[in-house]
Design a protein. Structure first.
Length: 440
């Protein structure tokens, strides 16, 4: 890191509304003592010398330096929390270990949290395999950046987005517009009414009657990789079943079917309800990298919506069109912005009170349709990539999808106290059936 780069670092960066939402979830998670609020991105290399390029870039990155030298200043009443940067010369923690099974991430690493107030909110692990292959795992607290931000972070580390005066605006959030208290409160009642109607009881959840609390409770990760031919078939099935805007709604529908089927087998009667992240960045834009720029769309599925995958996609299309028409993502994001002015304890109470105890049936994330293939930018290309979202309880199960090199990869992240091995096999089988083989 050079001194000219350091001179451009912001000393104060306010958290966005979405950042504070994940900050509130951090406080909530302490009640259950299970899971973490950490995003991990894993890049696999065939040889150690190929990974050294990325490791060196991580060590020298001005952005990584900034992330390692900030501390969270929590709010007093009505004052928004912010990141305070002080150049203390701290660098990213590096850990190296030998892993016996190829292309696996140790369970203890997956379940390792990053506590607010730690020496660093971002960490790096180098995993060495017997074949000589190496995996570089970057882990950071979700409060720092979201999934799309992670893609831009990697683009920065491989040299596509250098840190300089011209790209400064791509790294940090811009100054926000002021909103009147009246507008905040008026918007709050509109959003509250919509969310309460969408999440009305009963909601089916796999955490029902599950006492997954305590430090010994862990999450598991199951990754299913589809071939290029299977991925093409998934895209074809998506179009055939009415997914007009890419395969994403088809993936959501398949996951909803899996959760509905598990809950039916358990006798958990209720609707399937899920918030889906909605990226708030401008189309075609790059930044900001730091911060969460997401809002949510909310989908509710009743029994009749599971008659077929096409019926599920039909209601997704309709609910999405309705929410975009009434600008629900913008309004929900404005609500999140307002909640920054409220102490975390009150924020947590209002959130749980307004939802009447409703728990999302599952969580879903997707790295989008864009390619993650940045190998043409790197002297030593990586062979594979994996993104692991936070381990969240409740709801205790998350599905995430990623495309790389024209192939789809699916993660199932599950609480081991809530989903047993037989149910996991059932979920995986049903998902693969819906995605690859199913025809309405």
């Amino acid at each position: 890191m050079n001194s000219t780069s350091a001179s451009h670092f912001p000393e104060k960066v306010y958290l966005s509304g979405a950042d504070c939402f994940f900050l509130m979830l951090e406080e909530n998670a302490k009640k259950h003592q299970i899971g973490n609020n950490v995003i991990r991105i894993c890049l696999y290399f065939n040889e150690k010398k190929e990974a050294d390029f990325l490791l060196k870039s991580i060590e020298q990155s001005p952005l990584i330096h900034w992330l390692c030298n900030i501390e969270l200043v929590k709010e007093h009443f009505y004052n928004k929390p912010y990141w305070k940067y002080t150049n203390k010369g701290k660098s990213i923690p590096f850990k190296t270990q030998l892993v016996e099974l190829e292309k696996t991430i140790p369970k203890e690493l997956l379940n390792r949290g990053i506590e607010l107030g730690n020496n660093s909110m971002i960490e790096c692990d180098s995993l060495n395999y017997p074949s000589g292959a190496v995996a570089v795992v970057l882990s950071w607290h979700h409060i720092l950046m979201d999934g799309r931000g992670s893609g831009m972070l990697i683009r920065h580390l491989v040299g596509q987005i250098p840190f300089n005066e011209e790209t400064y605006a791509d790294f940090f959030p811009s100054k926000e517009k002021k909103v009147s208290v009246y507008h905040y409160v008026r918007n709050m009642y509109k959003v509250k009414s919509f969310v309460q109607r969408s999440s009305r009881s009963p909601i089916a959840s796999i955490v029902k009657n599950c006492k997954a609390t305590g430090k010994d409770n862990t999450f598991g990760l199951r990754t299913i990789s589809f071939s290029e031919e299977e991925t093409k078939l998934i895209d074809l099935n998506a179009t055939t079943n009415g997914a007009r805007f890419g395969a994403n709604n088809f993936l959501i529908a398949a996951c909803a079917h899996a959760i509905y089927s598990v809950n039916m087998k358990r006798g958990n009667i209720g609707a399937v309800w899920v918030p889906i992240p909605y990226d708030g960045r401008k189309r075609g834009g790059i930044g900001p990298i730091v911060t969460n720029c997401i809002s949510f769309l909310f989908y509710r599925f009743e029994k009749e919506h599971f008659n077929s995958v096409s019926a599920t996609i039909k209601t997704i299309n309709e609910q999405m069109a309705e929410q975009l028409k009434i600008e629900m993502p913008r309004k929900y994001n404005l609500l999140l912005d307002m909640m920054r002015h409220i102490p975390l304890g009150l924020y947590s109470f209002l959130t749980s009170y307004s939802s009447k105890g409703a728990v999302s049936s599952f969580l879903f994330s997707s790295a989008g349709e864009g390619k993650w293939d940045m190998n043409n930018l790197m002297e030593h290309p990586f062979s594979d990539i994996l993104i692991v979202p936070p381990f969240t309880f409740p709801p205790g199960i998350t599905f995430s999808f990623l495309r790389n090199d024209n192939c789809l990869k699916m993660n199932i992240i599950y609480s081991e106290k809530c989903v047993d091995e037989n149910e996991l096999e059932f979920i995986e089988s049903l998902l693969c059936s819906r995605l690859v083989d199913y025809r309405s």
